[in-house]
Design a protein around this ligand. Structure first.
Ligand code: FAD
Length: 436
């Protein structure tokens, strides 16, 4: 594949930023000049986590200042694929049971289901128009053996937490996907997808209406404690807060070393096709479902909210933003699954950094009086909204803030400072294993 697959007006930023009439720039926050000197609560990072927390805190009567280094939603929250699901723990049922025992493993998994249902209920209650649809998701088996493994795993999830899912044998998969690339698969009925940009814009609107001061272009450059308060440096400005929440996920800066040492930023990228014929879209996704596979290197894809394009994402091989490389790689992946798309143009390609953790679990809690929620391991649309609310409840001392993840140690590794030099090697190794 060459750059000839890029549309002449190709854009190296999220399709969500200029699709469906969204005016993302309108939400760029107040200027740093508007920064107050004091706040009851300061939140660092205005993605889904920070916004969800801010809403809960403001409605509980707290005076909140929400800071973002860029514009609100600039990070993953306006860059993701918009796929929503229970986001089960990366270790799976067996891995979780081995690590935590049956009781705890089931508690973690059922809270994943709760988080998803919370997201559906929350968006409806807030009347956020973001194209949320419970379409279900088809996950194809990339190897013959994966089908049987998935069937076993699904059986376990059904018995443990009542997951609604059905296996689809290979000879029936065309009812789900216009592809022969898979050896059958599973349909997760509770999954869905939304328009990430409209969701973040809707959240910004609700948060503003609740009285939160949102300040964009306000990068926190330092943090220290002083007589029980937290003092944030924002360039040469200072903000003193009674409470601070760190909600920076895969964008956690050097200025917050404790947190930076505990998340592994991993680049994920997406391409979007030009509008396709309706018949072709119906062939690719007959039921409008989202999709994924079982390979180690995650891929995810879905129809655009208006059902006219395919939005296709996966891991990038480089840690920095290299659109020429990932648009090529993703295009090749896409036509491997959908040969029908060979020759279609790509109108958008972009990337962002998700946050992995050393134990593959999200983390929520407080460290030396500073609250945090982060580490969604690439599945954070539902989790960030849910854990953002939970951490806010913890901050106001509400027992409803309790979660099944509270007692997990937030691990780091010796000599790890937040620059994952080892990732390219691991990614190449996974690609090699996938290819065998
Ligand atoms: C390409 C891609 C595809 C994805 N697809 C999916 C998907 O389909 N489904 C799913 O569930 N999840 C997906 N995710 C993951 C999901 O988007 C994230 O887990 C989620 O958005 C995390 O939200 P957050 O608010 O915690 O972090 P973010 O939205 O990343 O927000 C962090 C914010 O912190 C700000 N910040 C950083 N440093 C500072 C500082 N010093 N001072 C002030 N602010 C600062 C950043 O500017 C940023 O806006 C995807 C992610 C990417 C990148």
């Amino acid at each position: 594949m060459t750059s000839s697959h890029l549309a002449h007006d190709f854009r190296n930023f999220p399709y969500w930023w200029d699709s469906a009439g969204i005016e993302f720039e309108a939400h760029s926050g107040d200027s740093p000049a508007a920064l107050p000197g004091r706040a009851e609560v300061a939140i660092i990072g205005a993605g889904y986590t920070g916004l969800s927390a801010a809403l809960t805190l403001a409605r509980a009567g707290r005076e909140v200042v929400l800071l973002d280094a860029e514009m609100p939603g600039f990070g993953c929250s306006s860059r993701n694929g918009g796929l929503v699901g229970p986001s089960f723990h990366k270790l799976g049922l067996t891995g979780l049971v081995a690590r935590h025992g049956v009781r705890k493993a089931h508690a973690i998994l059922s809270e994943s289901m709760d988080a998803l249902e919370f997201l559906y209920a929350f968006i409806e209650a807030e009347s956020i128009e973001c194209g949320l649809q419970r379409t279900g998701r088809f996950r194809g088996a990339d190897r013959r053996g994966h089908y049987e493994e998935m069937a076993k795993e699904i059986d376990g999830f059904k018995r443990a937490v009542g997951l609604e899912a059905d296996m689809v044998p290979r000879h029936e998969q065309h009812a789900e996907i216009g592809s022969d690339a898979y050896y059958g698969g599973v349909v997760y009925h509770q999954d869905g997808h939304l328009h990430p940009g409209l969701y973040v814009a809707g959240l910004v609107e609700r948060v503003r209406a609740a009285g939160v001061k949102i300040v964009g272009n306000a990068a926190v450059t330092g943090m220290r404690q002083d007589s029980g308060d937290q003092v944030l440096a924002i360039g040469d400005r200072q903000l003193v807060a009674n409470q601070v929440l760190v909600a920076t996920n895969g964008y956690t800066p050097r200025a917050l070393p404790y947190f930076r040492r505990r998340v592994i930023p991993l680049r994920s990228a997406i391409i979007t096709t030009a509008p396709l014929k309706q018949d072709l879209m119906r062939e690719l996704s007959p039921k409008g479902r989202g999709f994924g596979g079982t390979s180690r290197l995650v891929i995810y894809y879905r129809p655009s909210p208006d059902g006219t394009r395919m939005v296709f994402g996966g891991r990038a091989f480089h840690q920095d933003d290299r659109p020429a490389a990932y648009t090529n790689d993703l295009y090749a992946e896409m036509i491997g699954i959908f040969p029908q798309l060979n020759g279609v143009k790509i109108t958008h390609g972009w990337s962002g950094t998700v946050a992995y953790t050393f134990d593959h679990a999200p983390h929520i809690g407080s460290h030396e009086g500073v609250f945090y929620a982060m580490g969604y391991c690439g599945s954070g649309v539902g989790r960030a909204t849910y854990f953002g609310r939970k951490v806010a409840l913890k901050m106001i001392g509400d027992p409803e803030g309790k979660t099944s993840l509270d007692d997990l140690a937030f691990e780091t590794r010796p000599f790890y400072t937040g620059t994952p030099w080892f990732l390219p090697l691991i990614i190449r190794w996974h690609a090699f294993r996938d290819a065998r």
